[in-house]
Design a protein around this ligand. Structure first.
Ligand code: MTE
Ligand code: HPA
Ligand code: MOS
Length: 765
C-alpha cells in the first residue's frame, strides 16, 4: 500500500509549517547570532535595528519573561546569549518586523562587542581540559585486561568519524499565536511537540496547560528536530508574548546550517584482541564525543554509542568508555542512529585493521564473531539474535564469495579502476534507552457516519508512521484505509508525548492505537450480538465494512452498527496508553534489558574507485534485512533505501567543515554535498528476513527507521579495499594498505568520510 501522503506530496498540496495560512497582524522573527565561537559578550547595539523600517521590537536576553534557558537534559543552554557566547551561530538577539525581509534587513544592523576567547574545537583537547558535559560512561563485560594477555593477536589504533548535516528539506521553523488568557498556540516543525511545549513554557513562564503545540508533518527531521526545534518555537513564543501578536520564523537554509547542531563527530581509540580462530576475545574502546557547546541530547547519544560499540558481534571481554566533550561548536544532536553508527564505525575499523595485519578478508572475522542466541551484550541483555541468519541468507542469495571473485577478477584486469567489496552486519536496539520514554497514547474517535479520526503522539516526517497507524485502525475495524484520517500531533489531544525518535514511533503509537480501537470494537461487537442473533461477541468480527459471524458476512454494516451504538449511548471514543513491557536499565550497574528487541541485517556493499581521480561510484548494496512481519513493504523499502543512501553520504561525500575559528565553512548546498541521483548506489537489493519471533511491536512488525543507515558504513570499507587493491599493485607490498602508510609501512588510518580528496591521497604516497 502506498504512503497515504504520496498524492498530496507530488501535487504539492501537503501542508508544512510554511504553508499554514497566516493570521492578520503576524510578525516575522529573525535572529542575530554570534560571529565568534567563544567570547565574552560585552554589549549589544540594537538601536539602529530598532528604528529600522518595519521593526516592531528587538529582544535580548534581559527581555525574556520566564527563564532564559532551553536545555532539556541539562540546563546549560540559554535561548539568547547572556554574558558569554559559546559557538558561532549562537542566537544573541531577535528582531520582530512586519515582513520577513524587513526582519532580516534589520538583524544585519545589530552588532555585538565580543571579547574573543580561545575556542576549543577538538574533543580530545576538551577532555584533557576536563571539560565534560557529563561524567564519563562505561560498559564492562568480562575482564578485558586479563583477556588481552591471552590473545594471539592484539591490534590498536585510532578511528575518527565526522559529523553530518541533517539537511531535512524543510528547514526549522515555528509560528506562535497568542490565545485567550495569555496562552499560546504554537505550530512547530518538531519531532517532539512536548519538548517544544516545555521549552516554550520555560521561556514564557506559562504553565503547560496554557500552551498548545500542533504539528501537521515535517519535511524531514532525521533527529535534527528531536530537540533543536525548541529554540525557534521559544523565540516565536517570546515574541508573541511580548508583542501580543502572532510571530513566525522559518529559517533560511544558511541560517539553519549555521545555527543548528549536527551528528556528533567522534574520535576514538580502540584495542582488539583475537585468538587463532579469529574470535574476538577482547575489545577496548575509548570514545571522545564532540558534543558542541551545550548538552542538548549528547548524553543519551553517548550512551547509545556504548550500546552499539560491539555492533553485531559477541565479544566476551569488553571495556568501553565514553566522554562527552564540550567544545565551541553548535550543540550536536540526534541524527538517525543516535550515536550507534559512530560506535559501529569504530569496531568495524578495528576489524579492518586486524584483517589487514593478519592478511585475511575482514568478512572472515566478522562472520566468526556474529552474536548468537543466548550471548550477552556488554550491557547485560541476552541476545535473541538473527545476526547469523541475516548473514547466511544474504550470502546465499547474493553470494559474497562470488562478488569477491568478480571484484578480484576486475581488479586483475583493470589498472586505474579498482573495485572493492565489504560486508556490513548491523544490530540495532529498539526502544528509547531511557526506559520512561517508551510510552505513547492514541485518541480514536468513531463518528456517527462511520468515519474514524485518529490522533497520536507520533509525528509524520516522511517515514510513513501515519500510514502505518491508519493501517492499524483500518485493520482493527475491518474498513478501507480511506475511512481513517490521521490528524495533527497536538498536545491538547495527546499530552506528555515522547519525541518521534528511536525508530519506535510506529511501535509505540501503533500499539496504543490498536488498544484504543480494540476497546471501541469490543463495545461495538457487544451491541451487534442481538442485532445479528449471535450467542456471544466472541463469534463476531469486523471485516470489509460488515459484521461477520463465525467468519460469515452478516447483513449488518459498520455504519448502521455505529449509529445503533450511538443511539444506545455507547462511547465511540477511546484514549489508550501503551508502555513497552519488560524493559529496564540501570546506569549504576550499567546493566539491564533496555531494548524490546533488536533489528538485525547484513549488507554487502560494492564500489568502484577511479584511481586517477579519487572519485568513486557505489555499484550495489545488497542486504538481508530483518523486518519482522512488515506492515507496509513500500514504506519499509523506502526507509531502507533512504537510510542506506544517507549512511553512504555520511561515510563518503558529506563533509561538515569548521575552520580553526569554529566557523562552519560547509554552510550551504554549494559547499556541502549530499548524495544525489548521480551518486546513489546503482543497485539496492533487499532480501526480507521474515521472523515470527514475538517482538512486542505492532502486528509483529519491526522498527525500520534507523537501522539501514548503518549499512552505509560498508561503503567506507569497500572503498578502503579498492584502494588496497591499487596500492598492492602500485607500491612494494610492505607499503600496501588501507590509507596513509604508517611507520612500519602498513596503513591504518580510519577517518570518515572518505571524500574523493582523501581517497586520492590514500592511493598515492
Ligand atoms: N524518514 C524520513 N523520510 N524522514 C525522516 O525525518 N527520520 C529517521 C527515520 N526515517 C526520518 C526517516 C529517524 S532519525 C527516525 S528515529 C525514525 O525515522 C523515526 O520514525 P519512526 O519511529 O516512525 O521510524
Ligand atoms: N533514541 C533516540 N532518541 C532518544 C533516545 C534514543 O535512544 N533517548 C532519548 N532520545
Ligand atoms: Mo531519530 S535520531 O531517533 O530522531
Amino acid at each position: 500500500m502506498k504512503n497515504i501522503d504520496s498524492k498530496s506530496h507530488v501535487r504539492g498540496e501537503s501542508v508544512y509549517l510554511d504553508d499554514i495560512p497566516l493570521v492578520q497582524g503576524t510578525l516575522y522573527a529573525c535572529v542575530f547570532d554570534s560571529q565568534v565561537a567563544h567570547g565574552r559578550l560585552r554589549s549589544i547595539r540594537t538601536a539602529e535595528a530598532e528604528t529600522s523600517d518595519g521593526v516592531v521590537r528587538v529582544i535580548t536576553s534581559k527581555d525574556i519573561v520566564g527563564e532564559n534557558q532551553i536545555g532539556g537534559i541539562i540546563p546549560d543552554e540559554p535561548l539568547l546569549a547572556d554574558g558569554e557566547v559559546h559557538f558561532q551561530g549562537m542566537p544573541i538577539a531577535i528582531v520582530l518586523a512586519e515582513s520577513e525581509e524587513l526582519a532580516r534587513r534589520a538583524a544585519k544592523k545589530i552588532s555585538a562587542d565580543i571579547e574573543p576567547l580561545e575556542p576549543v574545537l577538538d574533543p580530545r583537547v576538551a577532555a584533557a581540559n576536563g571539560d565534560l558535559i557529563v561524567p564519563p560512561k562505561r560498559f564492562k563485560l568480562g575482564d578485558s585486561d586479563a583477556a588481552f594477555e591471552r590473545c594471539d593477536h592484539v591490534f590498536e589504533g585510532r578511528a575518527d568519524v565526522n559529523g553530518q548535516e541533517h539537511l531535512y528539506i524543510e528547514t526549522q521553523g515555528a509560528y506562535a499565536l497568542p490565545t485567550e488568557h495569555g496562552g499560546l498556540r504554537v505550530y512547530s516543525s518538531t519531532q517532539g511537540p512536548t519538548a517544544v511545549q516545555r521549552a516554550v513554557c520555560r521561556v514564557t513562564g506559562l504553565a503547560m496547560h496554557e500552551v498548545e503545540v500542533d504539528v501537521q508533518r515535517l519535511g524531514g527531521g532525521f533527529g535534527g528536530k528531536e530537540d533543536q526545534a525548541n529554540a525557534w518555537a521559544a523565540i516565536c513564543a517570546v515574541g508573541a508574548q511580548l508583542t501580543k501578536r502572532p510571530v513566525k520564523y522559518a529559517l533560511h537554509r544558511m541560517e539553519d546550517m549555521r545555527m543548528t547542531g549536527k551528528r556528533h563527530p567522534y574520535s576514538a581509540d580502540y584495542r582488539i584482541g583475537l585468538d587463532k580462530e579469529l574470535k574476538i576475545f577482547a575489545y577496548e574502546a575509548t570514545f571522545y564525543q564532540n558534543a558542541g557547546a551545550s548538552a542538548d541530547l549528547s548524553p543519551p547519544v553517548l550512551e547509545r554509542t556504548l550500546f552499539h560499540c560491539t555492533n553485531s558481534y559477541f565479544v566476551p571481554n569488553v571495556t568501553a568508555t565514553a566522554y562527552s566533550c564540550r567544545t565551541n561548536l553548535p550543540p550536536n544532536t540526534a541524527f538517525r542512529g543516535f550515536g550507534g553508527p559512530q560506535g559501529m564505525f569504530v569496531i568495524e575499523s578495528a576489524i579492518a585493521h586486524a584483517a589487514e595485519k593478519l592478511g585475511v578478508n575482514a568478512a572472515e572475522i566478522q562472520k566468526a564473531n556474529l552474536i548468537d542466541n543466548g550471548d550477552e551484550f556488554p550491557y547485560g541483555q541476552i541476545a535473541e539474535s538473527d545476526a547469523i541468519t541475516t548473514w547466511t541468507q544474504g550470502d546465499e542469495k547474493y553470494h559474497f564469495a562470488a562478488l569477491q571473485h568478480e571484484t578480484d577478477a576486475f581488479n586483475a584486469a583493470s589498472k586505474y579502476f579498482k573495485k572493492g567489496v565489504a560486508m556490513m552486519p548491523v544490530c540495532f536496539g529498539i526502544s528509547f534507552t531511557k526506559t520512561p520514554m517508551n510510552q505513547a497514547r492514541s485518541l480514536v474517535h468513531v463518528y456517527t457516519d462511520g468515519s474514524i479520526a485518529v490522533s497520536t503522539g507520533a509525528v509524520e516526517m516522511g517515514q510513513g508512521v501515519n500510514t502505518k497507524i491508519a493501517q492499524v485502525a483500518a485493520e482493527m475495524f475491518g474498513l478501507p484505509i480511506e475511512k481513517v484520517r490521521l490528524h495533527t500531533t497536538n498536545t491538547l489531544r495527546i499530552a506528555n508525548t515522547s519525541p518521534t525518535a528511536a525508530s519506535a514511533a510506529a511501535d509505540l503509537n501503533g500499539k496504543a492505537t490498536q488498544m484504543a480501537c480494540e476497546s471501541i470494537r469490543d463495545r461495538l461487537l457487544e451491541i451487534a450480538v442481538p442485532l445479528v442473533e449471535a450467542e456471544t461477541a466472541a463469534d463476531l468480527s469486523l471485516k470489509d465494512g460488515f459484521v461477520h459471524r463465525n467468519g460469515e458476512r452478516t447483513s449488518l454494516d459498520f455504519n448502521t452498527l455505529v449509529m445503533d451504538a450511538h443511539l444506545q449511548r455507547v462511547n465511540l471514543s477511546e484514549h489508550a496508553h501503551y508502555a513497552t513491557p519488560g524493559i529496564n536499565f540501570d546506569w549504576e550497574t550499567a546493566r539491564g534489558h533496555p531494548f524490546a528487541y533488536h533489528v538485525y541485517g547484513t549488507a554487502i556493499v560494492g564500489v568502484t574507485v577511479d584511481c586517477l581521480r579519487g572519485r568513486y561510484e557505489i555499484d550495489y548494496v545488497k542486504c538481508c534485512h530483518d523486518f519482522g512481519s512488515s506492515m507496509n513493504t513500500s514504506v519499509d523499502y523506502g526507509q531502507i533505501e533512504g537510510g542506506i543512501v544517507q549512511g553512504i553520504g555520511w561515510m563518503t561525500i558529506e563533509e561538515v567543515f569548521y575552520d580553526a575559528e569554529g566557523r562552519l565553512r560547509s554552510n550551504a548546498l554549494s559547499t556541502y554535498k549530499v548524495p544525489d541521483i548521480y551518486s546513489i548506489p546503482k543497485e539496492i537489493a533487499i532480501l526480507p528476513l521474515v521472523t515470527s519471533r514475538e517482538n512486542l511491536a505492532v502486528f509483529n512488525s519491526k522498527a525500520v527507521g534507523e537501522p539501514p543507515l548503518m549499512y552505509g558504513i560498508g561503503a567506507y570499507f569497500a572503498i578502503g579495499n579498492a584502494i588496497k587493491a591499487f596500492r598492492q599493485e602500485n607500491s612494494p607490498p610492505s607499503e600496501g594498505g588501507m590509507a596513509a602508510a604508517s611507520a612500519d609501512g602498513v596503513v591504518l588510518s580510519f577517518d570518515a568520510p572518505f571524500t574523493a580528496e582523501k581517497v586520492l591521497m590514500s592511493l598515492y604516497k
